[in-house]
Ligand binder design. Sequence first.
Ligand SMILES: Cc1cc2nc3c(=O)[nH]c(=O)nc-3n(C[C@H](O)[C@H](O)[C@H](O)COP(=O)(O)O)c2cc1C
Length: 191
Amino acid sequence: MNDESQARVVAVVASPRRDGNTTALVGAALERLTALGCRCETIDVCGLRIAPCAAHDDCAERSECAYADDAAEAIEAVYAADGLLLASPVYYENVSAQMKLFMDRCYFPYTHGRWLAAKVVGLIAVAAETGLDDTLAALRRYVALSSDRDVPTRSVSGLADERGAAAADPELRAAARHLADEMARYLVPVV
Ligand SMILES: Cc1cc2nc3c(=O)[nH]c(=O)nc-3n(C[C@H](O)[C@H](O)[C@H](O)COP(=O)(O)O)c2cc1C
């Protein structure tokens, strides 16, 4: 199989703990997707320069976003991906600020009628105790508002707090691999 024929999966990871729990589950899912024949790449939004959306009244009339930061390149990769993985730790029972920054900057493609190309979107959320459902719901609403059709979503969420807890939890890692299997049904041709 050559590179171009492989489905391209982009993971947007929004945890500032680079070796934390969210990253561990993303790693397990991407390892599996790679083994199943997908081309995977990770966008660490916490390492990007992304300014908050300033709600320019003429956003829809502009040919490019007013901000020349890292958002445009990330948005380009995300909107072109065959499969998308959105992963966030739970912060105050919602997505992290870095994920929200990224989402809000997607208002530019929204006002220009540009929609996600993804055939499937995987969602990952990790909390110490509370807020998993609300966080997954926020990610699902982003997908719905960024699509011009019903894009299937699949999710994995779990409880882990200390750094390394998810990596050491075989059930959570298995759930992340299962998420990858479910996504692959939409991305990898059956032989
Ligand atoms: C700013 C902040 C807010 C948090 N809010 C919540 C919360 O509302 N509910 C919860 O169960 N855990 C909360 N946590 C704990 C994290 O969700 C938890 O530690 C998670 O494992 C972090 O994932 P990470 O290792 O990928 O960073 C919060 C942590 C931080 C730093």
